[in-house]
Design a protein around this ligand. Structure first.
Ligand code: SAM
Length: 223
């Protein structure tokens, strides 16, 4: 059996027992496929991890950068209390439309605010609204802008907030200082910013699974 077949089987086992899709999550994936969105959403067990992190965090407010069809949004928004709020930023109007329908079908439209446009334009507008600090920020968009998203996350959070940065392995290229592809440079800059910033304490973990070899970084905002 190949490594990737084994990773698929183990992910299927974990997901079946620990993080099965319900009707709304299943429909979100089905409708995203029907609209030909790329299949680059988090997996079910990763979605459940995000939800657990938000619950452990006691999150009342969540910021997501990179909505796609709203699959991770649904997992995260389900961690919120009734008066909670999730703002999710998406560049593509088509992705945002699909996500908005998926989120409404999941009964979460009162909690979730989908904003369309390049995140680096949406973030200053959001900051101008002086929102209460976000308890959790999930960064999962264009990887070249990761350091900018991290800086914005720092501005929009406070002590104890959690920042999650997805897809930090880049097929192993993250460790290659000579690789100057945009996604690798952006991810390296974000990792190094987490490591050097006086207001951040973080780590990164490599993973395998049904989406292959990958990983994520977590950073806690300090005083
Ligand atoms: C990996 S997908 C997000 C997956 C989603 N978080 C999930 O797991 O269900 C990345 C998304 O970021 C969006 N994106 C790319 N560049 C962006 C930008 N500059 N601003 C906002 N969104 C962007 C893409 O259109 C895509 O929908």
């Amino acid at each position: 059996m190949s490594d990737s077949q084994l990773w698929d089987d183990v992910d299927a086992y974990f997901t079946t027992h620990l993080a099965p899709n319900d009707d709304a999550l299943e429909a979100a994936l089905r409708e995203s496929d029907a609209a030909r969105l790329p299949q680059i959403n988090v997996t079910g067990n990763q979605g459940k991890l995000l939800q657990l992190l938000a619950q452990i965090q006691g999150a009342r407010t969540i910021l997501e950068i990179g909505t796609l069809g709203g699959y991770s949004t649904i997992w995260l928004a389900r961690a919120l209390p009734a008066e909670g709020r999730l703002v999710t930023l998406e560049h593509s109007a088509r992705h945002a439309e699909v996500a908005t329908r998926n989120i409404a079908r999941a009964g979460l439209d009162a909690l979730v605010d989908v904003r369309v446009g390049p995140a680096l334009e949406s973030l200053p507008k959001l900051a101008d609204e002086n929102p209460p600090p976000f308890d959790l920020v999930f960064i999962d968009a264009d990887k070249g802008n990761n350091p900018h998203y991290l800086e914005w996350a720092l501005r929009l959070t406070s002590t104890g907030s959690l920042i999650v940065l997805d897809n930090v392995v880049r097929g192993g290229r993250v460790a290659d200082a000579g690789d100057d592809a945009d996604d690798v440079r952006g991810t390296r800059a974000a990792i190094e910013l987490i490591g050097s910033h006086p207001r951040l304490s973080g780590t990164a973990v490599q993973t395998v699974g049904s989406k292959g070899y990958d990983g994520f970084a977590l950073a806690r905002v300090l005083a």
